[in-house]
Design a protein. Sequence first.
Lengths: 94, 499, 491
Amino acid sequence: MALTKEEVQHVAKLARLELSEDEVDKYTVQLNAILEYARKLEALDTTNVPPTAHAFPLQNVMREDKVTASMAQEKVVSNAPDEEDGFFKVPRIV
Amino acid sequence: MRDFDFEIVMGLEVHAELHTKSKIFCGCTTEFGGEQNTHVCPVCLGLPGVLPVLNEKVADYAMKAGLALNCKIASFSKFDRKNYFYPDLPKAYQISQFDLPIASGGYIDIEIEGKKKRIGITRVHMEEDAGKLVHGGGSLAYAGYSLADYNRTGVPLIEIVSEPDIRSIEEAIAYLDLLKAILEYTEVSDCKMEQGSLRCDANVSLRPWGQKELGTKTELKNMNSFKALQKALEYEIERQAEVLREGGKIIQETRMWDENKGETISLRSKEEAHDYRYFPDPDLPPIIISEEWVERIRQTLPELPQARQIRLVESYGLPSYDASVITGSKAMADYFDQACSAYGIALPAGQSTDDKGKERAKQISNYMMGELSRRLNASDQGYQDSPITPENLVELLTLIEGGTISGKIAKTVFDEMFESGKKPKQIVEEKGLVQISDEGAIAAVVSEVVAKNPQVVADFKAGKDKAVGFFVGQVMKATRGKANPGLVNKLLMEELKKQ
Amino acid sequence: MKLYSKRAHELHELLVSKQVSAVELVNDVAARLEDVEPKVLAFVSQRIEDAKAEAARVDDKIASGETIGPLEGIPMAIKDNMCTEGIPTTCSSKMLHNFVPPYSATVVRKLNEAGAIMLGKVNMDEFAMGSSCENSWQEGTRNPWRLERVPGGSSGGSAASVAAGQAIFSLGSDTGGSIRQPAAFCGVVGLKPTYGSVSRYGLIAFASSLDQIGPFSRDVRDCAQVMNVIAGHDPLDSTSAPIDRPDYTSFLNKSIKGWRIGVPKEYFGEGIDAEVEEVLRKAMKTLESLGAELVECSLPHTEYALPCYYIIAPAEASSNLARYDGVRYGFRTEDAEDLISMFSKTRSEGFGEEVKRRIMLGTYALSSGYYDAYYLKALKVRTLIKQDFDRAFEKFDVLLSPTTPTVAFTCGDRLENPLQMYQSDICTLSVNLAGIPAISINAGFADGLPIGLQFMGKPFEEGRLLQISHAFEEATGCHSQMAPLKGGCEG
């Protein structure tokens, strides 16, 4: 199940990356090499093995429902590439 | 709906904002409104390096809603990331729940034309709300740019997904209505559709009668009121029916209800690749829910709308129509119960009041369903902020019951109470509206009126019934409406018989 | 007096006894920093003037007779992926080249409260993805032992600055070896604490279930001192362990007599350079002479750690790095017609090659149809790797291995072959997957290049790692050398 160029392009779209033709070629080769290596894992029988999503088994970590101070508006937008009247401005959506 | 060519199959996805003080993963306020980007901190802004910490009330409320919807509560639940890019989503993923929601497998029973119908609840899960986009240039389609406000980002939500059990628009409305009432009763959400704290999406498909397989569905979004839901469903069902009648195929897609145009518009876009790449959020440890925790939440469940409706019928003898209207909103039902307490007829569930009590309850109901609801609606107020308190309403009813004022005067007093919020006794005293029940005083007025109008007396004797009404009117006029109508009638007939 | 070559605990004595003022100390280290920076290229940004002002306040405190903490007035450096309020935090990426955080990471706040003085932010592989510090938007940092060699990565700047005397200690982060591998290459002490020991709040995430912040220092005592400040429960991090941290210095100067040290054979197989193995064997002899018993053991799933890691880490990263979309902060493309092109152009122009490669890999591993085969499978293999360690720690106090299979490699050597680059973390990855603590200390040299010795421990037993490392250091004195700053990439 080698990764095709079309799949690489689809993945790039999902990840919101615009790749040049050269990059698509390069990533197709490199990702296939890494994935082939990752296929080593198939050799292991993991039928009754539970997944480990967290390194340390904590549970029910919660905070009290208490309001704390928010930031001032000018601080919120202080890093904005484009800003208008305290809003973050983005180009047209469609 | 048998006259329609197709069977309608619908499921609703309802998002309700939970009524917490702070957001789901940070301490920012959940208060509605506020200037743009002022209820925002590094965490809900998704700045590099920040981490979420779960608000304990969110789990409590989600569980409470789940229990109220007859769901099973999961013993192990976790948060997952739903990955997609949109400018209202600061982390480019929404923290939600995928395969292990906090509650699942429930139902609610709606009533359609007196018949019960059960609608399954697939799941209830917790997630964070996104921000709000304002489109420069009006609608999304024509905007030259958009502006993002993240005040709402991270407000806790529960998503309630129904089974595709809904077969008509009436059922859809009844389902949403009951769901809204349940969420209000449990006080997990304030359910204000106009503020977006209750939102509804619908999955709609049609199939020929008798066909087992489901037809292709579309997902409808952006229905901000019951009216919009009704109109959008009507439009979409007809649109799909037309496509199918002409032998066409329904495309699985998301469609947005455009209120101004009165139609649903496809949101499909070639660029859009739908693959949310859900995976367990490594920043949030799982939630293990013990029996004790579930029990603790179960103890906080209030009496739910349907139980309350039954109690109102059984305890107070209310007609079931009255009971269903009153229990349709928690505030209204609470008002009714408080009024019953004030009237001294409140009872624990399972007991029923005597005839006198039933009469009083009906009086309360009549006022609420009539004049009070009319006035509150007209002034866009709810029962929770009624200027006439339940205690004051009962005081008014007591004045009528005791003969202190007439029913007619009561209307005047009621209006004044609604305007000023004053107590009825004070109004009656200030305006001198106490009913005249002194027989001597009324008799004097009656004989004076009769003496002044010999022609009408003659009419009465000639059998014209209208004559009585004329005399009553004259007596009331002379007493400025304060004469006890029963006494007026009695004394008038005695006087006329003497003539 | 070459103050810059001393350790924090020595400098603390000098400050307390008023032989040296904090301002003198900052001046001395800052002068060294400036002097060697053209060769080492460790820093992304500097704040010398502010540091001097802070030092003056420490001197006021000393003058007024107040006691000062062990790190008070000590010049240090912070990896540029930890948020510093009001000070640019770039992750060595064009994507965040102009990002000024409005808040500080918990570790930064704690060090600040402890009076440590930050001289600047140090270089790294972009978003901590890399093993050579060459994947930086800026020029790559050099190895102070031989300048044509890499310092390791991703915390290359943190390791090099300490080895070159540009900072007394530093903080780095370790996702698959990013503290230990550069510590080994630069001949300094580097500790990756147990997952959950040190708060991640304010650490710009690479792979959230693997990332951990830890110290770089010139000896083990300093490492313990820094841990005393940065470790401990943080309510802002839900994965932070709710346990009290011990006094890490209490483990120093204690015998390791009778300790059982496991030596997993999988870490000494092919791929390990002979010179590395030779130094390691010598180190093992030293430990035996200190009374420890060394026993060969097995961690059978070791060979699966690399493929497992290269599914889990990119998957988490693909999600963590999705927020860099040009809307709220950081870089935004100049030519965007609409939203979608703004997103994809911003991300294509803002991220470097390795970052894009890992985002692609992670996105693929999580995408529909492949999740079970790659991501879920990797999470299950992670369980097996963890169980290997659980079993080993039933028998052993600590495990011993080389930190890296080779000494520092030459700049540019492995850039074209990602898989070969990934191999340099082969000895360190398992520790992150299992969430356990591990330390790298200098064990000796081969041809003038440092070789790292790694001890791995049970969860929350950093103390034991410090104990054995200290015993080894005291016995060998390897720690006392300063990097010579010889050679050069351009010849």
